[in-house]
Ligand binder design. Structure first.
Ligand code: NAD
Ligand code: UFG
Length: 342
């Protein structure tokens, strides 16, 4: 019998894929989500893939009484994976308090309750955004943290500090902080995937919606960067590969007594791809053309960043495996499922 894990934000994009991998590995999962950026049908997708429906609590993690009740009614939770957060960079500039309140109160409440309920460890979703524009690529975990360029990015930096300060104060818990690069794609079953509300801000959902005819054309934000083809470079990581890293991190925290109380890992492929290369990958993998044009740079964009994932590879024994063409095929299958092409 494996441990019971609480997944906050578990009906969201990365959360749902992680719940699948946790259940496939035999863990019992309890999800809490307020459905502010996901919907309840995601549970059907998780059940279709794994044959098991996780326990679901609709509730808000900023309310400590809701969390307390959940922990009382679901005794024996050993670990938490905290995905619950608001994540739109632009919106965070417009509504900073929403971001500070949601992202920080959620984390503080969880940390506060962990010792009382005997929860041993928390995996936290951080982001490569904490590095800002890197001085060198690939970038590893020892690189300096740069001043945040948005309230959203700042919540990730502050969250990392909150975890470190709390553990330094003697709190009897462990944490693994995972700095994601750019998660993309969907489960190969096409039962779960990314469901952006409104006009997508991120590249891959905009690209697949354009290919599906929902958007007229994709704008490539700038081709005058100091990169081989002039468009920005990112480290695009398949969401299932990313999800699997959480299961490994959880097992390490709960089953190893001799690991550090706080550990930080980059989760990326180690390979940078430009916007134009990603479009080419999609077209190659699916045979579907993506109408696109070159537009001006997007304010605040980083020119190039990709991960040195050596620490995760060696310490966690985790490697990103899914080839990017495969990821694009899965993203397309998911898009076709949610909005069949006319
Ligand atoms: P998502 O919006 O799909 O999932 C987050 C989930 O949390 C949603 O289902 C939402 O309804 C829920 N939620 C938000 N606030 C809540 C609250 N107060 N109480 C309960 N539920 C709440 O986002 P995602 O892409 O799956 O991201 C998951 C985590 O990973 C976030 O912390 C995000 O900041 C981080 N992250 C994401 C990316 C990315 O590119 N997707 C990159 C780096 C880090
Ligand atoms: N891009 C376009 N056209 C679009 C959308 C994006 O050219 O319509 C370009 C961007 O300029 C960028 C690249 O595609 O060069 C990737 O952009 P995304 O918006 O998909 O991702 P970002 O790297 O800007 O940011 C994402 C999340 C952040 C997170 C960061 C690192 O939005 O929250 O990855 O994890 F912090």
């Amino acid at each position: 019998m494996k441990d019971k894990i609480l997944v906050t934000g578990g009906t969201g994009y990365i959360g749902s894929h992680t719940v699948v991998e946790l259940q496939n590995a035999g863990y019992d999962v309890v999800i809490i989500d307020n459905l502010s950026n996901s919907n309840i049908e995601v549970l059907d997708g998780i059940e279709a893939i794994t044959g098991k429906r996780p326990v679901f609590v609709q509730g808000d993690c900023t309310d400590i009484n809701t969390l307390r009740k959940l922990l009382e009614e679901n005794p024996g939770i050993k670990g938490i994976i905290n995905f619950a957060a608001s994540k739109a960079v632009g919106e965070s500039v417009q509504k900073p308090l929403l971001y500070y309140r949601n992202n920080l109160n959620t984390l503080v409440n969880l940390l506060d309750l962990m010792p009382e309920f005997g929860v041993k460890g928390i995996v936290f979703s951080s982001s490569c955004t904490v590095y800002g524009e890197p001085d060198v690529n690939p970038i590893d975990e020892t690189a300096p943290i740069k001043p945040a360029t948005s309230p959203y990015g700042n919540t990730k930096q502050i969250s990392e500090e909150i975890i470190e300060d709390y553990i330094a104060s003697g709190a009897p818990i462990k944490s693994i902080i995972l700095r994601y690069f750019n998660p993309i794609g969907a489960h190969p079953s096409a039962c779960i995937g990314e469901l952006p509300l409104g006009v997508p801000q991120n590249l891959v959902p905009y690209l697949t919606q354009t290919a599906a005819g929902i958007r007229k054309e994709l704008t490539v934000f700038g081709n005058d960067y100091n990169t081989p083809d002039g468009s920005c470079i990112r480290d695009y990581i398949d969401v299932v590969d990313l999800a699997k890293a959480h299961v490994i991190a959880m097992k390490r925290m709960l089953d190893n007594n001799d690991t550090d109380q706080v550990e930080i890992f980059n989760l990326g492929t180690g390979r940078g791809l430009s916007v134009l290369e990603l479009i080419e990958s999609f077209e190659r993998a699916t045979g579907v053309k993506v109408p696109h044009k070159i537009g001006p740079r997007r304010a605040g964009d980083i020119e190039k960043i990709w991960a040195a994932p050596k620490k995760a590879n060696e310490v966690l024994g985790w490697v990103a495996n899914v080839p990017v063409d495969e990821t694009m095929k899965n993203a397309w299958a998911w898009q076709c499922k949610v909005s069949p092409k006319k």
